[in-house]
Design a protein around this ligand. Structure first.
Ligand SMILES: *Cc1c(COP(=O)(O)O)cnc(C)c1O
Length: 378
């Protein structure tokens, strides 16, 4: 007896776990080439992914170029030289460093290592979207604490008290972005310390410091100095932002050695490429390039914080290299109009901020170009 086959065969996508089927894909900043293809615009300015327009340290570029000769080999799966450089930079043993394919990799590995369908993780409203995706992908329960309000002085920022209140016996992870993307908000040292002191040791606290270099003047803690004191603290850093190495994908975690051990068990053995290892190890020693990047971002923020209100839009204070800007109407519409001027910013309706766009600080001429293009787009 032959059975009808066609109708009983599941569509292959349906074979994925329910958790994965429920995921909404992460929306990336529009690539320059895509806009060129779509609108035939050649002079595209991308201010959409918090990249550093100065580019990488010259020494790092040279080292990466040289390293291309060796790319027929697998990279050092232990990342020895880079871990050594990171270890020296922070004054922490190498056993407390885990390398990631960007810090995004580590955000996901933490969820894989510490969450199950029986556990929960806590994030803030408007927090970096990858946290929610990582939590959802493993089928854990994501709990979202309402953000701080306008009256708080840090609108849209993480409310660490509210986040603490969502922790219970099932909670294994809390993700804190300091500063946060896309809001630019930050949590001062005293608040972070209070949170760490109160949070039970059974909860891993992930302090994502992707914009650490830009945030130094804002009263944020340096998480790297806290990992010895709090065994449940994991600090994430990246080479994608101030170090301008987004394209080679390198990030790292600083943690208790046992947490590093667990992350290394779930990590893909060769998760950082040869150019990435070499570029990052060189860049970490180029403090001047970082200082230039931070100064440029500060100048850009000063300019836009001063000029944008004159155009009738509202920028929020930011400790990152970007500004969240309330355009009063549809952020998506302003984004679309800017695209036609060849400028890519980031719409953030997906973050629950439909009236806002996020704008990365460019070079000063680029920032001026944005200011000149904006009035027609509002
Ligand atoms: C950009 C960013 C990251 C990760 O970037 P990687 O390129 O994967 O290192 C992590 N957290 C926040 C808050 C970010 O904005």
């Amino acid at each position: 007896m032959s059975q009808p086959v066609v109708n009983t065969q599941p569509a292959p996508g349906q074979l994925a776990t329910a958790a994965v089927r429920g995921l909404a894909p992460y929306v990336i900043g529009k690539p320059v080439e895509e806009l060129q293809r779509e609108l035939g615009i050649t002079d595209v300015l991308k201010l959409a992914s918090n990249e550093n327009p100065l580019g990488p340290s010259a020494a790092a570029l040279a080292a990466m170029r040289r390293s291309l000769e060796e790319t027929w080999l697998y990279p050092d799966g232990n990342g020895h030289d880079l871990k050594m450089a990171i270890s020296r930079h922070h004054g922490l043993p190498m056993s407390q460093v885990t390398l990631g394919n960007g810090s995004n990799d580590l955000i996901v590995l933490l969820a894989e290592a510490f969450l199950t369908t029986e556990t929960s993780a806590v994030v803030s409203q408007h927090a970096f979207a990858i946290y929610g995706l990582a939590i959802q992908a493993v089928g854990a329960q994501g709990r979202v604490a309402p953000a701080l309000n306008e009256a708080s002085g840090m609108p849209y920022g993480h409310d660490l008290e509210a986040m603490f209140d969502l922790i219970d016996d099932t909670t294994r992870l809390v993700y804190i972005a300091n500063p946060n993307n896309p809001t630019g908000t930050w949590s001062p040292t005293a608040d972070v310390l209070r949170f760490l002191e109160r949070t039970p040791p059974s909860v891993i606290v992930v302090l994502d410091e992707a914009y650490f270099e830009y945030a130094r003047g804002y009263g944020c803690p340096d998480g790297s100095t806290l990992v010895e004191r709090f065994p449940n603290l994991v600090v994430l850093r990246t080479f994608s932002k101030a170090h301008a190495l987004a394209g080679v994908r390198v990030g790292y975690a600083l943690s208790h050695p046992q947490v590093a051990d667990m992350l290394n068990r779930v990590r893909a053995p060769f998760n950082v490429s040869i150019p990435g290892l070499v570029g990052a190890a060189t860049s970490i020693g180029d403090a001047q390039q970082i200082a230039r990047a931070v100064q440029l971002a500060d100048e850009g923020k000063q300019l836009l914080l001063r000029e944008l209100p004159k155009l009738g839009v509202k920028p929020y204070r930011s400790a990152g290299n970007f500004l969240l800007v309330d355009v009063g109407a549809s952020g998506q519409a302003v984004y679309d109009k800017l695209l036609h001027q060849g400028i890519i910013v980031r719409p953030v309706a997906g973050y629950g901020l439909p009236r806002c766009v996020r704008i990365t600080m460019g070079t000063m001429p680029q920032n001026q170009r944005l200011l000149a293009a904006l009035p027609e787009c509002l």
